[in-house]
Design a binder for this molecule. Structure first.
Ligand code: KG4
Ligand code: ZN
Length: 340
């Protein structure tokens, strides 16, 4: 097979990413412009601001990825782009940019599923034995998959409401701590040694689906009960660091238990699995990684997590999926559309 050099583009939410992947030499570059600082003052991602920023940044990001990889656009054989799921305006920027290059430079084109990118993100640097369980926990998605091969996966459980990362962000907002909530909650919880103070409700043990909106509501009403939150004026009354640390820590421990319970149930139903992958932005959390790794040890399984820059949104994972799609002969044409 002739060598392939892939240019991958990711713009599904608020990160503008580009990566270059050489099928023979591996990943050559992975460049990202993170918009987090721009959205911080709004307490979350503002879709229109995200798409406008992608438009402004995308050619600089793509050029930086090409420069870092020391390849020219003419060396690229296939352009891969996230075309689903995500914010429509954000996805359109990446897809139109990729199509423009593919059309003008006569390159092949592949539309990639962002979630498939996350699922295989731990495979970029690890050889994970199949079949494995994959827990994907990000700002937009929380799901459990059984993965049987490259491109072969089955959804076992999904969130019925909020994603885990979204819950971290909402609890952080409730406590007036800022955005994104995950790293702030983790830091506060660490300060009190991950102690469980409030024993928030765990999950429904009979299903592999997740519900994080219920947990957020439980935290809110527990604060109201303690006279620490004014529901009518949506105001945190107790601003003490002590309370914030205790809520953050109890919440994080509860999320850990929910993840463990779901993995336990999935493992009971799929005893042939050989490993576990924990991916997505929430997998940046060192405490969760360590706790899930301990859980995996008890089952004689290994836990694999990507490095933090492959946990949060990035184009390297899109390039990785594209390389096995190319080997499987799967391409898109210039009618490629977005799916939200
Ligand atoms: O994967 P990602 O960049 O975006 C989506 O695809 O949605 O994930 C971002 C999410 C945010 O909700 C953020 O709060 C969460 O990942 N996150 C964390 C940590 N770092 C980022 N959650 C828990 N602990 C962390 N250390
Ligand atoms: Zn993502």
């Amino acid at each position: 097979m002739k060598n392939e050099i892939i240019l991958a583009i990711e713009s599904s939410c608020d990160d503008t990413g580009a990566a270059v992947f050489d099928i023979q030499r591996g990943l050559l570059s992975n460049h990202l412009f993170s918009q987090t600082a721009l959205h911080q003052s709004y307490g979350g991602v503002v879709p229109e601001l995200a798409s406008r920023t992608h438009i402004e940044k995308i050619n600089g990001v793509v050029q930086a990825a090409l420069d870092k990889a020391q390849v020219n656009l003419s060396d690229i054989t296939t352009v891969a782009v996230t075309n689903r799921p995500g914010l429509p305006g954000s996805l359109l920027v990446g897809v139109c940019f990729a199509k423009g290059i593919a059309w003008a430079q006569n390159k092949k084109l592949i539309g990639i599923d962002h979630l498939e990118g996350h699922i295989f993100s731990a495979c970029i640097e690890h050889q994970i034995p199949f079949p494995f369980l994959c827990l994907t926990a990000s700002g937009g998605h929380t799901a459990l998959y059984r993965v049987d091969g490259f491109g072969q996966f089955e959804l076992l459980g999904n969130t019925v409401d909020d994603a885990a990362g979204e819950a971290f962000d909402k609890i952080s907002k409730l406590l007036e701590l800022g955005y994104p909530g995950g790293p702030i909650i983790e830091k506060l919880a660490q300060e009190v040694h991950f102690k469980d103070y409030f024993d928030y409700p765990r999950s429904d043990k009979k299903t592999l689906n997740f519900s994080f909106s219920g947990l957020k509501t439980a935290v809110l009403y527990d604060l109201v009960k303690r006279n620490a939150y004014d529901l009518k004026n949506k105001q945190l009354l107790d601003q003490s660091l002590e309370l914030k640390q205790q809520v953050a820590s109890s919440f994080l421990v509860c999320v850990k238990d929910i993840f463990k319970e779901k993995l336990d149930l999935a493992y009971k139903q799929h005893p042939d699995i050989k490993a576990v992958a924990f991916v997505g932005g929430v997998a940046c959390n060192a405490y969760l990684k360590q706790q899930l790794s301990q859980w995996a040890d008890t089952k004689q399984l290994s836990l694999f997590t990507p490095r933090p820059s492959y946990c949060t949104d990035n184009a390297a994972m899109i390039a990785f999926v594209a390389q096995y799609k190319i080997q499987q002969g799967i391409f898109s044409d210039l009618t490629l559309d977005i799916l939200v």
